[in-house]
Design a protein around this ligand. Structure first.
Ligand SMILES: *Cc1c(COP(=O)(O)O)cnc(C)c1O
Length: 440
C-alpha cells in the first residue's frame, strides 16, 4: 500500500482528488487482486487504481473497447454515435440555440417540431414525439390514453425487458388496469374482441424481444389487431423496443420488425428506443397518428420526460443518415453489421502477426439490446491462449483503454465485429504490453 501511494504514476491523481480517495481506490484494487489470486502483480494493481481514478476524474464514465461481439450492449452504452451525431453535439454544446425559439417569428417555438418532422419523414408516421427513453415513451402513452381504464394485452406478451421494465408493472404504475387475454402459448384476435368493454382504453402489443415461445403457438397479427381497434374505436399501440428503420435482412440478420412495417400495418402508436437499432442517442420515440400524438404532447407529464438539446442534435444527425444505405453506414452499428468475414479476417492478421499467443477463430456476434435474441452473426475473434482466462480478462479491463472481452470454453475472445477498425492499433498495443509484462 505504501509503495502504491508513493508511486509517481498516481501523484497527479492525489493532487486532484486527495490522498484519501487514492488510498480507497488502492484498497479496492488490492482487495480485488487478492480475491482473484494475483495479489503479487504490482503493475496490474497500479493500472487498476489508475483506471478507477481516471473514471472518477472524468465524471465517472470512461470509454472502453467493446470486444464482446454484442453490438448493442446495454452495459456498454448501446449504440455508439456516428461522427455526424458527435459533431452535431459538439457544434451545439457550447452555444445558445433555437431550442424553443422560432427564428422566423421571433416568438416561442416548439422543442419537438423539427425532430418530429424528421421522424415522420423516416418512419412514414403522421407525427412523432421524443422523450428520454422507450420506457418513458410507454409510460407517457399509457398515462395519457389509459389512466383509470383498461389495457388489453396478450398473455404471452407480458414481458420483462430487463432493467426492471415489466409491462404489467408499467401499466399498474400508470394507473391502468391490465386485462390479460389468451393463454401462455396461444392468443387469438377473438380473445381481444371478447375482452372489449366500454372501459377499454387501448390494445397493447409488445415486442417479446428477449425470449421466444416455440411449438404450439399462435398470436394475432398486427393487422388483425389494428383492424379490430378500428372497428371498436380503440387505439392500438405497439411497443417495438429496438425500432429498426431498415430491414436487417440486407445484413444477413432477418426477422426484426421495422417501425415502418408497424405503421404500415395500421398500428396507431409505435414506441421504440433511440439507442438500439436506430443507432442514435438514448431517447424514446413515439410515432403514429397526429391526433394521438397531440394528446401526448398536452400531457403535463411530458415536461418531466422531455429531452435535452444535445439529444435532439444527435438524433437529428442520426436520422439524416437514413437517406440510403451508404449514408446509413455512417452509423457505427451498421458498419459493424456490414463488415464481411473477409474484412474481419484481414484485420485479424494484424493481431496474429503482432501477438505470439493470438490466433483467429470463428465466432458468433449478436445484435443484442433486446433485439433479435437468437440471431447469431458469423464473426471472427482473436483467441488468446493463456493460463487463467479470468485473470487475463480482468487485466484487459483494468488498462487504458479498457477492453471488455468474452470468455468462452476457457479462452479469452476478442470479437472483432464490435471493435472499430481504428481501435485495432490501441488494442494490439495493449495486448502486447500485457504479453511482455513480467509474469508473477
Ligand atoms: C429496450 C426495450 C424497452 C426499453 O427501452 P429503453 O429505451 O431502454 O427505455 C421497452 N420495450 C421494449 C420492447 C424494448 O425492447
Amino acid at each position: 500500500m505504501h509503495r502504491i501511494l508513493e508511486d509517481a504514476r498516481l501523484s497527479a491523481y492525489e493532487a486532484e482528488l486527495g490522498r484519501e480517495r487514492v488510498k480507497r481506490a488502492a484498497e479496492e484494487a488490492i482487495g480485488r487482486a487478492r480475491l482473484s489470486g494475483n495479489g503479487r502483480e504490482y503493475d496490474a494493481i497500479v493500472d487498476a487504481v489508475r483506471t478507477r481514478l481516471e473514471a472518477l476524474r472524468g465524471g465517472a464514465l470512461s470509454p472502453v473497447i467493446n470486444a464482446t461481439g454484442i453490438i448493442l450492449h446495454t452495459n456498454l452504452g448501446r449504440a455508439p454515435l456516428s461522427d455526424d451525431a458527435a459533431a452535431a453535439i459538439s457544434d451545439l454544446a457550447g452555444r445558445y440555440s433555437n431550442l424553443e425559439y422560432d427564428l422566423e417569428t421571433g416568438e416561442r417555438g416548439s422543442r419537438y417540431a423539427a425532430i418530429a418532422q424528421a421522424l415522420s419523414a423516416v418512419t412514414g408516421a403522421e407525427d412523432a414525439l421524443v422523450v428520454n427513453n422507450c420506457a418513458a415513451a410507454v409510460l407517457l402513452v399509457i398515462d395519457t390514453l389509459a389512466k383509470g381504464r383498461e389495457v388489453i394485452v396478450a398473455r404471452n406478451q407480458l414481458v420483462e425487458i430487463g432493467g426492471g421494465f415489466r409491462v404489467p408493472d408499467v401499466l399498474e404504475r400508470s394507473g391502468a388496469k391490465l386485462v390479460e387475454v389468451g393463454t401462455t402459448n396461444r392468443v387469438y384476435v377473438d380473445d381481444f374482441e371478447r375482452a372489449l368493454s366500454p372501459r377499454t382504453a387501448l390494445l397493447l402489443r409488445t415486442h417479446t424481444s428477449n425470449y421466444r415461445i416455440e411449438g404450439f403457438t399462435h398470436e394475432p397479427s398486427a393487422r388483425e389487431l389494428a383492424a379490430l381497434g378500428r372497428r371498436a374505436g380503440v387505439p392500438v399501440v405497439e411497443d417495438l423496443g429496438s425500432g429498426a428503420l431498415c430491414d436487417l435482412a440486407e445484413y444477413g440478420a432477418a426477422g426484426e420488425r421495422t417501425v415502418q412495417a408497424a405503421i404500415g400495418d395500421g398500428i396507431n402508436l409505435v414506441t421504440f428506443s433511440g439507442d438500439k437499432l436506430l443507432g442514435g442517442p438514448q431517447a424514446g420515440i413515439v410515432a403514429g397518428g397526429a391526433h394521438l400524438i397531440a394528446r401526448l404532447r398536452n400531457n403535463p407529464l411530458l415536461r418531466a420526460l422531455r429531452i435535452g438539446k444535445l439529444t435532439i442534435a444527435a438524433l437529428g444527425a442520426t436520422l439524416r443518415c437514413y437517406r440510403d444505405r451508404p449514408s446509413r453506414e455512417r452509423l457505427p452499428i451498421y458498419r459493424m453489421l456490414a463488415a464481411t468475414l473477409d474484412d474481419l479476417r484481414e484485420r485479424a492478421k494484424a493481431y496474429v502477426n503482432a501477438l505470439p499467443d493470438a490466433s483467429a477463430s470463428e465466432s458468433d456476434a449478436y445484435v443484442g439490446g433486446g433485439a433479435l435474441p437468437q440471431a447469431r452473426i458469423a464473426s471472427i475473434a482473436i483467441a488468446l491462449r493463456c493460463e487463467n482466462p479470468e485473470r487475463l480478462a480482468a487485466k484487459l479491463r483494468s488498462g487504458d483503454p479498457a477492453i471488455v472481452a468474452r470468455i468462452e470454453s476457457g479462452r479469452v475472445l476478442l470479437d472483432l465485429r464490435t471493435v472499430a477498425p481504428e481501435q485495432d492499433g490501441a488494442a494490439i498495443a495493449r495486448l502486447a504490453q500485457i504479453a511482455t509484462a513480467p509474469a508473477d
